[in-house]
Design a binder for this molecule. Structure first.
Ligand code: NAD
Ligand code: DAU
Length: 354
């Protein structure tokens, strides 16, 4: 049986991952450690919360005493770290918490796992770990920085993060790498492109545009809208992480992406079309400072080594995403009726093009 600590499991990708594991693996126990920040939402897991293989603990990955207690109690053999501050725009306004959670929180998890998994934790020269343990860091393609019109990120592309968010994720990746190189700890890092699908917090492009379309609100497109992202349906990301957990070579980085580059404006127009709205809702606003122009993932390593490939095309993924939001308006309304509106008003105030 796999005994997994999933952190950040009440967020967008983490909750989809918990659901994916429960659906696809019988012999499993999952503890979800999540602080329930503005982005964490237990409604994301309401359909699985009574599953006897699953338990939830509210807490901070940076709280060493708590993480120690959880390891003592459950004896995890696997850690999958999703917990993070994840929104680039918020990192531009308030970088501190990004460094605290994304870097120091990762260090805490790694260090507690090392102490529990190392065969002789007091011998600084020993590199021996228990059989079958693994720490997986869920990272992002943003650590590589931005691309011009051509080229793709491979696992050996130098790290060149441009936002406080991506700088914190790149820093965390380097700490994870150091635990492999220095201590011989069994780790993997995955770097995925932009995800979309059910349960994504509506600060991110796709759910924000869907919500605004459904409510007839203006659609704030940053700059010319020609920035390119490489979109992947969230369930495909979950399957890729599961493949890396099972078969990933220790110490390796795996890029994850679906070869699906789209300009933002193309996505916004598709959502307008699918929700029956008019392009007159589009409002070009001032660009994000330091906005990365283009991301694209070369996924050759994970497809050839681990046999993973995406199951969803952009058409099937977007159709099921828009449908999901249309059928879960109560989920969205609950979020946007709270603190969200204050965030939205502050974030999108004074950004009209001069
Ligand atoms: P999210 O913001 O939806 O969820 C983050 C979760 O982490 C929330 O449930 C939040 O409550 C929790 N959390 C935050 N700080 C915490 C702390 N100190 N202790 C415990 N829990 C805490 O994020 P997401 O989009 O699901 O992203 C998950 C991970 O995947 C992140 O590490 C992100 O960098 C990475 N990632 C995201 C994407 C994407 O497109 N969304 C792509 C590639 C990688
Ligand atoms: O590439 C992976 C990353 O993708 C993850 O590591 C991040 O956690 C995730 O948030 C995402 O980052 P982006 O900055 O690419 O995602 P976001 O949804 O914020 O924006 C997508 C694009 O859309 C980006 O070019 C900015 C643009 N945008 C976004 C918003 C919210 C707009 O034009 N208008 C908007 O209102």
């Amino acid at each position: 049986m796999k005994n997994i600590l999933v952190t950040g499991g009440a967020g967008f990708i983490g909750s989809n991952f918990v659901r994916y594991l429960l659906k696809n693996y019988e012999d499993i126990r999952i503890v979800n450690l999540d602080l329930l920040t503005y982005a964490g939402n237990l409604d994301n897991l309401s359909d699985v919360s009574n599953d006897s293989r699953y338990s939830f603990c509210r807490g901070d990955i940076h709280d060493r005493a708590l993480v120690e207690q959880l390891f003592d109690r459950y004896g995890f053999d696997t850690v999958v770290n999703f917990a993070a501050e994840s929104h680039v725009d918020r990192s531009i306004a308030n970088p501190d918490i990004f460094l605290t959670t994304n870097v120091m929180g990762t260090l805490t998890l790694l260090d507690v796992a090392k102490r529990h998994w190392k065969l002789d934790p007091d011998d600084k020269y020993s590199r021996e770990f228990k059989e079958g343990v693994k720490y997986l860091q869920v990272s992002t393609d943003e650590v590589y920085g931005a691309l011009g019109e051509t080229g793709m990120f491979t696992e050996t592309t130098p790290l060149a993060p441009n936002s406080p968010y991506s700088a914190s994720k790149a820093s965390a990746d380097l700490v994870v790498r150091s635990y492999d190189k220095t201590y011989g700890m069994p780790v993997n890092i995955t770097r995925c492109s932009n995800n979309y699908g059910p349960y994504q917090f509506p600060e991110k492009l796709i759910p924000l545009m869907i919500n605004n379309c459904l409510n007839g609100k203006p659609l704030p497109v940053y700059g010319d809208g020609m920035q390119i992202r490489d979109w992947l349906y969230v369930e495909d990301h979950c399957a890729a992480i599961a493949a890396v957990l099972e078969k990933g070579r220790l110490g390796e980085v795996y890029n994850i992406g679906g070869n699906n580059e789209r300009a933002n404006i193309e996505i916004v127009k598709l959502i307008i079309h699918d929700t029956g709205r008019s392009e007159e809702l589009i409002e070009h606003v001032r660009d994000r400072p330091g906005h990365d122009r283009r991301y694209a993932i070369d996924n050759t390593k994970i497809t050839s080594e681990l046999g993973w490939s995406p199951k969803y095309t952009f058409q099937t993924g977007m159709a099921s995403t828009v449908e999901w939001y249309l059928h879960h308006r109560d989920w969205m309304d609950k979020i946007v009726s709270g603190e969200y509106m204050k965030y939205y008003e502050k974030m999108y105030a004074n950004n009209a093009l001069s």
